[in-house]
Design a protein around this ligand. Sequence first.
Ligand SMILES: Cc1ncc(COP(=O)(O)O)c(C=O)c1O
Length: 374
Amino acid sequence: MIPYSRQSINEDDISAVTAVLRSDWLTQGPNVAAFEKALAECCGAKFAVAVPNGTAALYIAYKAAGLKEGDEIITSPNTFVATSNMALVCGAKPVFCDIRSDTRNIDETKIESLITKKTKAIVPVHFAGHPCEMNAIEKVAKKHGLLVIDDACHAIGAEYHGKKIGGQSDLSVFSFHPVKPITTGEGGAILTNNEKYYKRMIVLRTHGITKDPKKTETIGKWFYEMVELGFNNRITDIQCALGSSQLKRLQQFQAKREAVANYYFKALKHESRIILPVCLPAIKHSWHLFAIEVRDTAKRRAVFDHLQKNGIGAQVHYIPAHYQPYYKKLGYGRKRYPNAEHYYTGAISLPIYPDLSQADQDFVIEKLREALKM
Ligand SMILES: Cc1ncc(COP(=O)(O)O)c(C=O)c1O
């Protein structure tokens, strides 16, 4: 099977991991801080907190931002459900905003009309790795005193107007699942320039526990205090060693993904039966996904099945969040987001990853053409 995305692991990655296995620290050791430092530097942020997955990262970011019962966030329905789920877990209400049909990102012109007294944050999702219109989003956030927490799970390495995604917003959330631009097996991180958020996230990552050096000195080295309710959201040194090694390869991964995207663009530019993704000027795409749309939406299922039947692990990103049974029960089923809904009816993600061979890519193109002719 040619998957829609997958990891690229080399001998350096393997050596980095095995070195940790031979060391004293499998978790809570020096590799976590080293990965966090490298991540922060890579994205131009002051602080990074590494956690076990992107979902935990969203939860911790929302908690650090003070998201609570009665609050609202504004986000995209064209995302993995974790983006809105974690707001619900915090007791807050996700308010969906329709997407642009070109980038499939949140439509920045529609955000302001959804702001209420309860709105606490705007949560743009850089779908597929194409940055959202951050200038407009930041402007509206500033005007209304809102936070910007970007779900950058697809977008490490992406840039908006020359600035790295992850270094600009109040909080930025990443995922390092093996399909993502870099991997730690499972993994995630939150980046911020705000020390207050950083300190709170460190506490939230470890059961809501703090260790005040003054108190440990007077009371004893064993002493700690649990100051808020939290989970064990620690990531291991094994994962972080892999992450640091992968981060060194990010530029190369990004260039390879871009080369795959360009090859599709060249081969499929005259294929009128599909809509290709866009890459607007002044951005750098991380190409986590290469999502096309079948114009004749009635044929999407047949095209998808034909690819799958031929061993091509095409996927669909995403079933709009408000279509999910859980969201329907909450009343979201009655809401309409025409662009997200229409995009979903034709969407197919084609394979894109650094080690995708030209022969495999040619095979995908051939099978796609075959399917479109059916
Ligand atoms: C946009 C988006 N947000 C959040 C997540 C959750 O990340 P994780 O799978 O690492 O928990 C994902 C994962 O697919 C995602 O694509």
